[in-house]
Design a protein around this ligand. Structure first.
Ligand code: LMR
Length: 391
């Protein structure tokens, strides 16, 4: 038997739990005030238009819908980006952000062979390790989270990145770091970009939460800085799971940046070869939904306002949780300084286990909680339970 997955396996246990007051703070899924995964209005409009005009279902191209890829590039790098004008970006629609990670991992492994090494923040999303290890990479950690300040260990991060062998892939979370919610400031990104360039490392930016912290452009700061840095090659994996609330549609994007148009063409050919050997081509429906929204200025504006509402609600839930825990005499102010869906709550494994056993509240054993699953109906219950387990 293989072990259960620490995140998706927990959802299986949650679903099987008969207790009516159960709360799933495990998996990274945004739910609304009613505790439901929202269907965004902008997405619904495209879906209805597609249903009115049913089309034949041929295969998509290996690298996905051309409109999806082009619109994704603009969202990531900004319209009019010199990188796009120069034709240096090879982009493919992938099966979720995980698919983008795995396709890139397989491709990079094929190129680097025994020298394939990746440095991953400590801690990181558990599946990062699984994907790159399975693809044959040697894994290394770099310091990131400082338990004492519940913030960034920036000095440690720079020191560790500075010691990596040239050519090492460095996995960086663009925003809303998973699992800690601790991000870099733009001035710190500038230093990281400089160091990565000087040291000859290969930046691999994972952006699964664009728009969940401050907004589309602000959250892409790291990507835009790498684009402007003069670094010849880097990789961006991104996802619309959260930003479009399309988790099960598996809508991801892989962008690999080369030194020039020719190199990008070679990268595109390798991406397609890797996808073909893996799952042949992506699924059409989710890609059509995203492309349909992004192609219409009206729907794009509606989507951005709906994304803004999700972001605001998460901020309100963070504030509410901090306030309610303070009323119980517990100082959790750091939760409001963290960004995105997650908070590294500092809860210990036994405390997390008590939450599950006594209160049917599911969180990761590392103490990560998904604050995007809180709502005004479960907030008191969750705050009271946390207060009880921390004593
Ligand atoms: C999470 O971290 O909970 C999400 O990214 C969902 C997943 O696939 O693990």
């Amino acid at each position: 038997m293989a072990p259960g997955d620490p995140i998706l396996g927990l959802t299986e246990a949650y679903l099987a739990d008969p207790r009516p007051n159960k709360v799933n703070l495990g998996v990274g899924i945004y739910t609304d005030e009613q505790g439901r995964v929202p269907v965004l209005k902008a997405v619904q409009q495209v879906e209805q238009a597609l249903a009115r005009d049913t089309q034949p279902r041929g295969y998509l191209p290996i690298d996905g819908l051309p409109a999806y890829n082009k619109l994704s590039q603009e969202l990531l790098f900004g319209e009019g980006s010199p990188l796009l004008d120069a034709g240096r970006v090879a982009t493919a629609q992938t099966i979720g952000g995980s698919g983008a990670l795995r396709v890139a991992a397989d491709l990079l492994k094929q190129v680097a062979g025994d020298r394939a090494r990746i440095a991953i923040s400590n801690p990181s999303w558990g599946n990062h390790h699984v994907v790159f290890r399975t693809a044959g990479f040697q894994l290394q950690d770099y310091r990131y989270y400082d338990e004492a300040t519940r913030g960034l260990d920036f000095a440690g991060m720079l020191e560790d990145l500075g010691k990596l062998e040239p050519g090492t892939v460095v996995l960086l979370h663009a925003c809303c770091h998973n699992p800690t919610g601790v991000d870099l400031e733009p001035v710190q990104w500038a230093q990281v970009v400089e160091l990565v360039k000087e040291r000859g490392l290969l930046p691999f930016v994972d952006m699964a939460y664009q728009g969940f912290d401050q907004g589309i452009d602000a959250d892409a700061t790291a990507v835009r800085m790498f684009a402007e840095s003069g670094i010849e090659a880097f990789v961006v994996a991104s996802s619309y799971s959260k930003s479009f609330s399309l988790y099960g549609e598996r809508v991801g994007v892989l962008s690999m940046i080369g030194a020039d148009r020719d190199e990008a063409a070679r990268l595109r050919s390798k991406i397609k070869q890797t996808i073909r050997a893996n799952y042949s081509s992506p699924a059409a429906h989710g890609g059509q939904l995203v492309a349909g929204v992004l192609a219409s200025s009206e729907l794009r504006a509606l989507w951005e306002s709906e994304l803004g509402e999700m972001r605001e609600r998460i901020h309100a839930m963070r504030a509410g949780l901090v306030q309610k825990l303070a009323a119980h005499g517990h100082e959790f102010g750091f939760i409001q300084r963290q960004a995105g869906m997650f908070s590294y709550s500092g809860l210990s494994k036994p405390q997390v286990e008590r939450l599950r056993e006594e209160f049917a509240i599911y969180a990761l054993t590392t103490g990560r909680i998904c604050v995007a699953a809180l709502n005004t109906q479960n907030l008191d219950y969750v705050a009271d339970a946390i207060a009880k387990v921390v004593g």
